[in-house]
Design a protein around this ligand. Structure first.
Ligand SMILES: NC(=O)c1ccc[n+]([C@@H]2O[C@H](COP(=O)([O-])OP(=O)(O)OC[C@H]3O[C@@H](n4cnc5c(N)ncnc54)[C@H](O)[C@@H]3O)[C@@H](O)[C@H]2O)c1
Length: 438
């Protein structure tokens, strides 16, 4: 089988590499010539564990190649995946479908034989039908079907998520298109992955419903954490106590500074907009979007409070700036709210992140970027853990105390034990857990 992957970003590159690992011939296309040139030399433009090896192995085997020439990739492909970005549209929060529709037009021009056009990008209900209309209008003669196949991988564990997903969702009603999709996902059938076949519209909605539900779950535990702080309870015990109930489940019950990343914020907002437009508002998601925005902003206030109510003229050390560990993705990361708020309040910021600093330096100005975690603490009046990279869990407390001007640690990810921190002489605050008396 042969596929073209239009868009070689986090999703396109991972999906393309994984399909090639399944034995499919994959041509990845991107408009960004620099990215494609780099990939041809074996340079993977994103940080995703295991991806470099997977790309190298399959490129060497001749199953994975890269081009900027969309027409060349589409010719002879059994399926053409659209994996371009669908960011929030400026001003109104709807998904911006410009890249998807532009790709559809380009694909239309390149179609020769029958192909399945697959939207892998996260797209609102109705987009697949519009892609169908665009291609049909441009090429009334073309033989094709449009299918929705949303992607559920998580950055940081993307390869494992693609290779061993909880399920695959395919919005395709025609037998011919279903056959192609079944053949592509055959290796997952063999490991008994549930494959959910639905209509185009249902499949499109499943992706938004899934991400919005997870956003609700995270926000729920974040609000429980705030309540725990007020009443002297421990949110981790609450999470365990409810999560062991099979109806609730243990995952996504870790409190923190609010969800960020390339998916939850834009997808929950886009669902809100679709629902409002359809006269069927999802008020629970509207509320969650609002709470989460405010929460990210409020995190800077926690750091200010830990510094005695003012950070004017003070230095704050920051550990982690990416939206989560094991990625270099900075999109909608809480650090993008926290760091500018601290700077606006008069603080100087020193920061370290294992993979995200290059990207972050473009978005966060006036930060002193450090080349290792301890350097971020030098002379700081407080240290804030913003992203829970494993590396930060095992830092040397004595060295930290020596480097910090004041032994104040604000842990927005709860990676340290309050008892140990108190015993080590830190003034420690975290999310939803009582501070231990020193
Ligand atoms: N990142 C994730 O974790 C994740 C997970 C699930 C779903 N998704 C969804 O997948 C889609 C892609 O997300 P991403 O994070 O991979 O985006 P991305 O921004 O990393 O990559 C998109 C790529 O598409 C390229 N592109 C745009 N228009 C093109 C065109 N006409 N021809 C060729 N290339 C083109 C861009 O240059 C870019 O490299 C989005 O809809 C997103 O919501 C993302």
């Amino acid at each position: 089988m042969r596929i073209a992957m239009i868009g070689t970003g986090y999703v396109g590159l991972v999906s393309g590499a994984c399909f090639s690992e399944f034995g499919v011939d994959v041509v990845c296309v991107d408009k960004d010539a620099g990215k494609i040139e780099g990939l041809k030399r074996g340079e993977v433009p994103i940080y995703e564990p295991g991806l470099e090896d997977l790309v190298a192995k399959n490129a060497e085997a001749g199953r994975l190649s890269f081009t900027t020439d969309l027409a060349e990739a589409v010719e002879g492909a059994d399926a053409v995946f659209i994996a371009v970005g669908t960011p929030s549209r400026r001003g109104d929060g709807h998904a911006d479908l410009t890249y998807v529709y532009d790709a559809a037009k380009e694909i239309a021009g390149a179609l020769k034989d029958y192909a399945v056009i697959v939207t892998k990008s996260t797209v609102p209900v109705g987009t697949g039908r519009e892609v169908e209309r665009i291609i049909r209008e441009a090429r009334p003669d073309a033989e094709f079907d449009v299918v929705s196949n949303p992607e559920f991988l998580r950055e940081g564990s993307a390869i494992e998520d693609f290779m061993r997903p909880d399920r695959v969702v395919i919005g395709a009603t025609g037998e011919r298109a279903q056959e192609v999709m079944r053949a592509l996902y055959r290796p997952l059938y063999l490991i008994e992955t549930p494959i959910v076949f639905t209509s185009l519209e249902t499949s499109e909605l499943i992706k938004y419903a899934a991400n919005s539900f997870l956003a609700v779950k995270i926000t729920f535990i974040n609000e429980m954490a705030d309540l725990c702080e007020k009443v002297g309870a421990d949110v981790h015990d609450v999470a365990r106590g409810i999560g062991l109930d099979g109806r609730i489940g243990k995952k996504f019950l870790h409190p923190g500074p609010g969800y960020g990343g390339s998916c939850f914020p834009k997808d929950s907002l886009a669902l809100v907009k679709t629902a409002q437009d359809s006269n069927s508002p999802v008020r629970i998601v509207e509320t969650v979007v609002d709470i989460n925005d405010k929460r990210k902003k409020a995190m800077a206030e926690r750091i200010v409070a830990a510094c005695g109510g003012s950070v004017e003229g003070k230095t704050i050390g920051i550990l982690g700036v990416t939206f989560k560990p094991n990625t270099d993705d900075m999109r909608d990361a809480p650090s993008l709210d926290i760091i500018p708020a601290l700077q606006a309040a008069g603080a100087t910021v020193r920061a370290y992140d294992p993979e995200g600093m290059e990207e972050a330096a473009e978005m966060l100005k006036g930060v002193t970027w450090c080349d290792e975690p301890y350097a971020a603490m030098e002379g700081a009046d407080a240290l804030a853990v913003v992203t829970e990279w494993n590396l930060f869990r095992a830092l040397d407390f004595d060295r930290m105390k020596e480097l910090l001007a004041r032994p104040v640690v604000v842990d927005l990810r709860n990676i340290y034990d309050p008892r140990q921190m108190a015993d080590a002489g830190f003034t420690y605050s975290c999310i939803g857990r009582p501070a231990a008396a020193s």
